[in-house]
Design a binder for this molecule. Structure first.
Ligand code: SF4
Ligand code: FES
Length: 279
């Protein structure tokens, strides 16, 4: 970008500060920040930390929207700080606070341990009864595009916690399993390689799980990866009701196909995307 295209301006940034070891309650601290086009909220926090207040604490890692570390409340909405350009959300004032519905470790750092603990409860991996196939596979598990599309969207989750921060049920009940864990349970249940519906049913169908979801839809509205956890939760309810009514069809999980068995493989040529640069 040419220098003359950069519109620099000074904005006010109100940052939630809280150190549980010394503060009785949180406070909002005002910083002035020179913002230019392309500057993300994470860049802004780094600039403030480097030039104004080295004690500011926030979490980040990849800086490219894939690790899920930098989710925070930006002008009242859970968003990824590294994936949000300041001038896209404001040209005057910015408020930055930690994700709600989590304990605050310090400043903008939430304690995500409960999120990961709930994730583990739903067995977020392929569950099969033929354990030998998992440990020593005899071949590949080849899925059709239709089988893949059933769960693909839900695999995009980066465990950032934004959905839980936006969820009204999670706000009123800390024991609610939450949209992230429930969406991940559904992701595996509809995977044709998986046979873990019954092992997960006691968790996702119990109290504080899918049937506590009121379908507010806020989780899907804020998800930075388009996962749509609210949709997964409604589909999960359907699976549980079908199971209760003995209407759920149990299909045996996909069998491994020997590596040299090409007989049934359909050769569908993949479209080659056009080059975006001159060659
Ligand atoms: S479902 Fe979306 S908002 Fe929730 S943890 Fe996954 S990526 Fe983040
Ligand atoms: S730093 Fe990794 S998602 Fe923002």
């Amino acid at each position: 970008m040419k220098r003359q295209d950069v519109q620099e301006r000074i904005i006010s940034v109100y940052i939630h500060r809280f150190d549980p070891t010394s503060d009785k309650k949180p406070r909002a601290v005002l910083y002035e920040l020179a913002v230019e086009q392309g500057m993300t909220v994470l860049d802004g926090l780094h600039r403030i930390k480097e030039t104004q207040d080295p004690t500011l604490a926030f979490r980040f890692s990849c800086r490219m929207g894939v690790c899920g570390s930098c989710a925070m409340l930006i002008n009242g909405k859970p968003m990824l700080a590294c994936n949000t350009q300041i001038l896209d959300v404001t040209d005057k004032a910015l408020t930055v606070a930690p994700l709600p519905n989590f304990r605050v470790v310090r400043d903008l750092v939430p304690d995500l341990a409960p999120l990961f603990k709930k994730h583990v409860q739903v067995n977020p991996y392929i569950v099969r009864t033929d354990g030998h196939e998992m440990e020593s596979p005899s071949g590949e598990f080849i899925q059709t595009p239709e089988e893949l599309i059933k769960y693909l969207q839900f695999t995009y989750c980066i465990k950032c916690g934004a959905c839980v921060a936006a969820c009204p049920t999670a706000a009123t009940d800390e024991n609610y399993l939450g949209p992230m864990a429930l969406a991940q349970a559904y992701r595996y249940i509809v995977d044709s390689r998986d046979d873990g519906f019954h092992s997960r049913k006691s968790v996702v169908g119990a109290d504080k799980a899918v049937f506590n979801c009121h379908y507010a839809g806020e989780c899907s509205a804020v998800c930075p990866k388009g996962v749509d956890p609210a949709r997964a939760i409604q589909f999960m309810k359907r699976e549980l009701v079908r199971d209760y009514l003995l209407m759920r069809r149990h299909t045996a999980p996909l069998k491994a196909r020997a590596l040299n068995d090409k007989s049934k493989e359909k050769k569908t040529p993949l479209p080659v995307p056009p080059y975006t640069v001159d060659r």
